[in-house]
Design a protein around this ligand. Structure first.
Ligand code: HEM
Length: 438
């Protein structure tokens, strides 16, 4: 009997734009949302682009193909290169692939599990009330900066166990760092010799200051007589051992904490900013939410969060890279080394799944949960967002607390436009509202 070796199917890529690569790169860096929408209109919901730093990328705006990507093993579809670990370091979960990634995810899971969420609710409510004491009454203000403060403090306290001087130091350090880091995320990084005053030099200097604080936090945690009972992520990482008995290195711990801070706070804050922007333009939903919050309900509020995340998607793609000689995706055959981007925002606007997708309508989820493959603000599969349950709990508690303590004025002004902060998309005017204390 002779072995029959079947040749892999011939490469067959979706339609591509003829635009020069450099121009595609510039559009992608400067106006990604607009570029993807335009190309989708011209080329259909699956197409190919070619961008400096990523190379050839297949953009997928079809939820069935997204489902296939998310359910494919990470041995076949691995981590995109480069990724956000350029900013967070090689010890970040964003840098890991295969077994290393699996082990790290197992380590990070417990504090982000649904069960742990109840413990964090009090911290979020406290942070919301504290931040809201400074809100003006009767004049418009942007909610986004407040949401950034709340979500940053929430992660620092709940996830890091940070307190006192270290908490203050990180509060000062992280916001400008994340802002600049996000802007630089899609740009090529020079190999070396970037000056101290260049953006990369500034990022390095902030990293140096951050490492000093993390060292102090580690010393303080280890000195805690109740160290063995602590449930914050830092304590878990310090106590963890891998199967071979080794511990996580000091550098990896620093990289991972930074990852959780940066990935967790801006995304959640941006979604909350959009929530206020949407609610101030939908009086009927707002009235129903106030009544529900006063009566300890949460069904419509949960549906509202789902709808804000669909209609105002803050992270527009999840990405993978092809490892085998070819990967067959529906009718397409994609070669090794190419990347695949799941175009989350495009899928959230698919009229065959979400009727009249431009309509903001939380009630569409009251009688049925959204499809877990078409509603994908947290991505999917083995790399699905670690912080999804935390983000959901946090948004729920912030909204509930604001609704119970403030009346939000409604407006007939047109919706705010989209603004790219580099990684996340925020409402252009920061989710401006007018409130009165109740
Ligand atoms: C509304 C808020 C959030 C949104 C929209 C969001 C969205 C996402 C998306 C789209 C991904 C990529 C998933 C994929 O590739 O399939 C991701 C990954 C990730 N997110 Fe979130 N996220 C949010 C909040 C958080 C929070 C609160 C944390 C932590 C405290 C967090 C930590 C992470 C981490 C560590 C990853 C990398 C996971 C991996 O590569 O295995 N995120 N997130």
């Amino acid at each position: 009997m002779s072995d029959v070796v079947t040749a892999p199917p011939a490469v067959r890529l979706p339609p591509a734009t003829q635009m020069p690569k450099l121009l595609q790169g510039i559009f992608f860096a400067v106006s990604r949302r607009w570029m993807i929408q335009r190309l989708a209109r011209r080329l259909g919901n699956v197409f190919t682009v070619n961008i400096p730093i990523y190379g050839r990328v297949v953009v997928v705006g079809d939820w069935r193909l997204a489902k296939q990507v998310f359910t494919t093993s990470p041995e076949e579809l691995g981590n995109i290169q480069p990724n956000l670990s350029r900013l967070f370091g090689s010890g970040s979960v964003f840098a890991l692939d295969g077994d290393d990634h699996r082990r790290r995810r197992r380590l990070l899971a417990p504090p982000f599990h649904g069960k742990s969420m109840k413990n964090y609710e009090r911290i979020i409510e406290e942070e919301t009330l504290r931040e809201a004491t400074g809100w003006p009454e009767g004049t418009p203000f942007a909610t986004l900066p407040s949401m950034m403060h709340i979500t940053l403090n929430a992660i620092l306290r709940a996830v890091f166990g940070a307190e006192g001087a270290e908490l203050d130091e990180l509060r000062r350090l992280i916001p400008p760092w994340v802002t600049l880091g996000s802007r630089m995320a899609a740009l090529p990084k020079p190999e070396r010799n970037y000056g101290r005053f260049s953006p990369w030099g500034r990022l390095d200097e902030w990293r140096r200051q951050y490492d000093v604080v993390v060292d102090k936090l580690i010393d303080a945690e280890r000195a805690d007589p109740h160290f063995d009972e602590r449930t914050d992520v830092l304590a878990l990482m310090l106590r963890s051992t891998y199967e071979d008995g080794s511990a996580m290195s000091r550098k990896d711990i620093g990289d991972e904490l930074l990852t959780l801070l940066a990935a967790g706070h801006e995304t959640t804050a941006s979604t909350l900013g959009w929530a206020f922007e949407r609610l101030s333009r939908h009086p009927d939903i707002l009235d129903a939410l106030v009544e529900e919050a006063d009566n300890d309900g949460s069904e419509l509020r949960q549906a509202t969060i789902l709808e804000v995340q669909r209609a105002r998607t803050v992270i527009d793609f999840a990405a993978r890279r092809v490892y085998p000689p070819v990967f067959q995706l529906g009718e397409w055959v994609i070669p090794r080394g190419d990347s695949i981007i799941i175009s989350i925002a495009q899928i959230h606007n698919d009229a065959s799944v979400f009727a009249e997708p431009e309509r903001f309508d939380p009630r569409r989820y009251i009688d049925g949960k959204p499809s877990s493959f078409a509603w994908i603000p947290f991505g999917g599969g083995t790399r699905r967002c670690v912080g999804a349950a935390f983000a959901n709990m946090e948004m729920d508690v912030v909204l509930r607390t604001v609704l119970r303590n403030f009346t939000i004025e409604t407006t007939t002004e047109p919706g705010e436009r989209w603004h790219s902060r580099g990684v996340a998309f925020t409402p252009k005017d920061g989710g401006r509202i007018v409130v009165h204390r109740r």
